[in-house]
Design a protein around this ligand. Sequence first.
Ligand SMILES: Cc1cc2nc3c(=O)[nH]c(=O)nc-3n(C[C@H](O)[C@H](O)[C@H](O)COP(=O)(O)O)c2cc1C
Length: 396
Amino acid sequence: MRYLTAGESHGPCLTAMVEGLPSHMPVAVEDINIQLARRQEGYGRGERMKIEKDEVKILSGVRFSRTTGGPLTLQILNKDFESWKDVMSVQGPAVTRRRIHCPRPGHADLAGGIKYLHRDLRDVLERSSARETAIRVASCTLGRMLLKHFGVHVFSYVLAIGSVKVPEESRNLSYEDLEREAAASPVSCPHAESSLAMIEEIERARQQGDSLGGIIELVALNLVPGLGSHVQWDRRLDGRLARALMSIQGIKGVEIGEGFASAYKRGSQVHDPICLDEKKKIYRSSNRAGGLEGGITNGEPLVLRLAMKPIPTLTKPLPSVDLDTFSERPAQAERSDTCAVHAAAVVAEAVVAWELALAYREKFSGDSLEEMIGAYKHYCCLVEDYLAGKWKRPML
Ligand SMILES: Cc1cc2nc3c(=O)[nH]c(=O)nc-3n(C[C@H](O)[C@H](O)[C@H](O)COP(=O)(O)O)c2cc1C
């Protein structure tokens, strides 16, 4: 199962081809649009979010609301394109309007300019822009739809924006409460007091021409144990999730379970004991590993944390160099978000759902959804027996 995206930030549209979904999977376009709308929400987003109201169009691979097994083609129109027709023209004539020649520190402008030898850095900006995450969310939501048939639920919440952090003691809520509280917050924060402080922090940064990043926590519930594998480096699910998350624009750190904090503790304080309950079934008394051991899901909730750096485009720009005159000049400013942590959380949910769906697809392969579900149910019975000590295979 794979997908590729294409399209420029101010081009006519974003497109993706998604291949390898099983046949007969129900697809509701509206469910994709709900995720696209969530990506556009959140306090601190820029003017563009008011122009675009993203809606996906499915051009192939779905008939009468079900996958056929063939490749899906997805399209999201860029409503802003009307005002960019000359700048983004495929055939020309070339125009100098909106040329970018003073690269923004922290963005792909200079590194991409050097690599592809572009003098107009718009050729880099248009594709490096996080506008691409709209079509990524649309594609990966198909993975989320597949996971629904296996009872998997992926959600996230924001634990910090800039220097405002949810206090440790206020994080000890049930996952249900964390999700509900975050849904009621304009910055997806599960703690009302911190949520208000985050909004004030974003407003202050905006007024000062500055930007903010933050910390996202992401959870996946009801995962079957045994996804991913220890037997080969590229089959480890921890590595695959980290790669997918680090590929999101602006994400600079990924933690699994206690992550960095565990490095400061002793093994006895970190590893999760293996116990027997009153029915003599194996269970874990804690989940500091975040649901992954040896690159394999162990049946506990998957818990990931991500660090997003502050947005690179500043309305009070940092020093840069004008590539036309080769003199020092402030970086050019494009219309931009002040803070996009909430939006990045939606993107992160989508890419994690995709990676998990991929792992389900690999473990329970089959061309139709029915085949996958059959293999899944059989495996669940085996796992139940294993955890209860009833697995009959002779011991060697
Ligand atoms: C949802 C989302 C929205 C973003 N919005 C902006 C933005 O408006 N302006 C900006 O300069 N960067 C924005 N970024 C971050 C940049 O796209 C990112 O920093 C840039 O592509 C360079 O990649 P890197 O930070 O991973 O090195 C956003 C990122 C995400 C995930």
